[in-house]
Ligand binder design. Sequence first.
Ligand code: ADP
Length: 208
Amino acid sequence: MKISKRQKEIIEIVKRHQPITSERIADNLNVTRAALRPDLSILTMIGVLDAKPKVGYVFITDTPKSSLGKNVQEIKVREVMSKPVVVDEGTKVYDAIIQLFLNDSGTLFVHSNGYLVGAASRKDFLKIAIGGTDTHQVPVGIIMTRMPNIVIVKPEDDAYFAAQKIIEHEIDCLPVVETVIKDNRELYRIVGKISKTNITKLFVKLTQ
Ligand code: ADP
């Protein structure tokens, strides 16, 4: 978002005199308070200034967030996650592939005794299939990516943080987990998933 010359002047005044009321900013610029109102609204909306009631304006950052960025950072993973497809690690690769189709999903999460142990994606299954392995014999636990290499998020994490992880690790889908401490070990119960599709849907929703 481009900042106008007037808005830059306002930012400089606030930086120098904060906290400062809108009357005093208006005096400094030799304009009326009414003339200043739209610029102050924009600067607070994009997160450059904060308006503290009964105190005045204070400076926050020189790097404004777009309003879309601001919204994304307020939304939690639990609000955008969807139902995960989960199979037991003993499930044969053939049956796991059927689950992938039935649930119209690209990634399966794998559990053992109810706790996350791995993830298997379309390409993992393709590799096994073209390698000539008997998919009726081999369990998904053999071909999956294993813990502790699984990238996870928690329901209370920001959706923005989840999107960053998806990009950083070049993966399509993250399991959303809750931590359970058992025998002094940290285990994860799978409560949802967050995929590129969830993030794309959120993007469309926020821009409507
Ligand atoms: P694909 O390669 O099928 O398009 P991904 O890019 O998501 O799907 O998967 C790439 C690799 O990362 C696969 O080997 C898969 O097992 C693994 N993987 C999938 N999800 C995760 C995850 N959440 N954390 C770590 N690895 C994952």
